[in-house]
Design a protein around this ligand. Structure first.
Ligand code: MG
Length: 372
């Protein structure tokens, strides 16, 4: 039994990013709003969680902060972190949706429980299956010359996976970037992600062209509910088709596997509502021969670490991960030490909890709202 949680603090931070990035259904730039959860016990330990909502995809920072402060906080205060499974079941019953808020809460509970028990979160999630995760970095800048500089920088750092964000500035732009990057980096595994950016008719016309470049996979060409079109595209191409926005929950994954809309899942804790639900999706995929890819949102190193522990402890999340924002996109991360990337791979922390402490001075510096 671990100690009772005495206090939950919900903090909204505004974090500056380095460039604009285009993603099928919308663009991101300037500042992003993320929501942090801090759970404290009487003995002075603190567990941290982070939500990274995107209004065009999962939800808003305002909704996330309200969900945590008003609806989820009463389920947590006075209970021990080791009740995480019961607390998350209660959270599911008390509040529909809001997966980012639930992910942040679950992350903070696991971080705290790991600190109290002296074990890492990946050990709590089943034990490490991998010690390192290959990192993919996204090519999403409307200014392709800047992305060519990024590609040079990341390949020099050892990164061997790119994901080109397509379907934003026209098919010719997508073909041009694919041709150029394939030629410059023949040993890089280049994947493509449309983020729902095409209409069904565009997708039927354009995606087979992209398929001829033999990308590692093609992700979510059409809007989330266009399941029939996903099936038609899948039948028309040889490259694996990945479902991202079409699959948030284990229920979605089960239906997607039954209906054959994709070959693999992008698994994100901000969609599933936490690491355990992400593992459930991976298990459904495993039973159907569908591997998972470690996806993310515009997260700091904190939420990245939760994704890292989930991927490390889940054999079927085998297609690498994209936890690159803390290193290559945010102006500053909120962790006290650099996010652990070297030679294109993330080293899974082995120290208790999520494994790296928060820099609380930085958190205060970027705070725009707080509730306790
Ligand atoms: Mg995606």
């Amino acid at each position: 039994m671990t100690s009772k949680i005495e206090r939950m603090t919900v903090t909204t931070v505004a974090l500056p990013v380095t460039t604009v990035r285009n993603h099928g259904i919308g663009s991101v730039g300037g500042e992003i709003l993320n929501v942090l959860v801090k759970l404290e016990t009487a003995d002075g330990l603190a567990g941290w969680g982070e939500a990274s909502p995107w209004p065009a995809f999962t939800g808003t920072a305002e909704g996330t902060a309200g969900a945590l402060d008003v609806h989820l906080s009463p389920l947590v205060v006075g209970r021990p972190a080791s009740h995480v499974s019961r607390i998350m079941t209660d959270a599911e019953a008390a509040l529909v949706g809001h997966p980012e808020a639930k992910a942040a809460l679950e992350m903070a509970l696991y971080d705290l429980m790991g600190l109290e028990l002296g074990v890492s979160v990946s050990d709590l999630l089943g034990g490490r299956h991998r010690d390192e995760l290959p990192l993919s970095v996204s090519i999403a800048n409307p200014n392709f010359d800047e992305d060519l500089e990024l590609a040079e920088r990341i390949t020099n750092d050892g990164v061997r996976m790119f994901k080109i964000k397509t379907g934003v500035a026209g098919h010719d732009f997508d073909i041009m970037r694919l041709e150029k990057l394939k030629k410059l980096y023949p040993d890089v595994d280049i994947r493509v992600d449309y983020n729902q950016g095409l209409t069904p008719l565009e997708a039927l016309k354009f995606v087979p062209d992209i398929d001829t470049f033999e990308p590692g996979f093609i992700e979510q060409p059409v809007r989330a509910p266009n399941w029939e079109v996903m099936k038609t595209i899948r039948a028309a191409i040889r490259s694996p088709l990945v479902a991202d926005e079409s699959v948030f929950t284990p229920f979605d994954a089960l239906r997607a596997a039954k209906e054959g809309i994709a070959d693999a899942f992008s698994i994100k804790i901000m969609k599933s509502g936490g690491m355990r639900k992400g593992q459930e999706i991976a298990s459904i995929g495993a039973a159907n021969g569908m591997p998972g890819y470690g996806g993310d949102m515009f997260e700091t190193g904190l939420a990245h670490l939760a994704g890292v522990h989930m991927c490390a402890s889940t054999p079927n999340i085998s297609l690498g991960c994209e936890f690159y924002q803390a290193t290559y996109y945010l102006e500053t991360d909120l962790l006290a030490e650099p996010f652990p990337v070297a030679n294109g791979k993330i080293t899974v922390p082995t120290t208790p909890g999520l494994g790296i402490a928060m820099d609380e001075d930085k958190v205060r510096h970027f705070t725009v709202g707080q509730k306790t």
